[in-house]
Design a protein around this ligand. Sequence first.
Ligand SMILES: [Zn+2]
Length: 342
Amino acid sequence: MTGELRRLEETALEELRGVTSTEGLEGWRIAYLGRRARLTSILRSVGHLPAEQRPTAGQEANRVRLALEQAYHEKVEALRREEVSRQLREEQIDVTLPGRLVEPGYLHVITRTLRDIYAIFAEMGFQVLETPEVETDVNNFQLLNIPPFHPARDMWSTFHTTREGVLLRTHTSPGQIRAMRAYCPGPIRVILPGKCYRYEQVTARHESMFYQVEGLAVGYHVTMGDLKGVLTNFARKMFGAERKVRFRCSYFPFTEPSAEVDMDCIICQGQGCRVCDFTGWVEILGSGMVHPQVLRNGGYDPSVYSGFAFGMGPERVAMLKYCIDHVRYFYANDLRFLQQFA
Ligand SMILES: [Zn+2]
């Protein structure tokens, strides 16, 4: 029996040296250490041997079993190491390859236009003042000379909240009241940018949500001449030094006198085209001298102080500057449009 055990051990170890995979190793384990392996049946049969042969045969069989088990465990470890180094070899990272670039974001065209507007007015000493989008009826209308029965309210239909007298502002003009009440009786030079809301039909030139930039200057001896100078300078800084500007009489409840400001069409240089309705002029903003009652509502005595105000739509400014023909492009989140301003 010891002879058979020796031969078994040799064959097994010889075969194990040839094993190169985990599957092969498992086959080897079943063949030499499994329940049906020759070694297992030898171990089982030791008990049936004559008493004087049992110790030697038992010892030898156990030695071979331990030797095979140890060889098996060493092989498991060797295969594992080989696998790891193979992976390291095959899956190594080439650090010299260029990385995947993360595309940097960029500013929305309206944000850029707003910043251009801020920069131009900052040069003229105007600060940016942000005021709330949710306003009271009093600030949005009444203190701006638009009492509940006033026909001008038809132009400013808005979204109302569930709280009586609280609404989404229809223009940035209530910011004038807030600025005056915050700074009275000091001088004021602010621009008030922000979102406004109107409940109205969406067209090529109107959205239900849009931006406005309001401007307000209050102090001693502020005149219509200051208003014209500031707005002409703005138009030329924004659209080019050769721009011509005209002031056209208009009406707003909160300014007196009031004027619309037109600029010669930058598309056709004043010759007349579709954008300017063949007039050669495009309207860029509304303006006027602050109405005495509005000054009073803000805390200023109109016999001592005067001021001017204006309001413009940055969407309109961007449409003219970049020749965009539909206001809805701005907020439709279409990358084909937005990426043109990257
Ligand atoms: Zn034109």
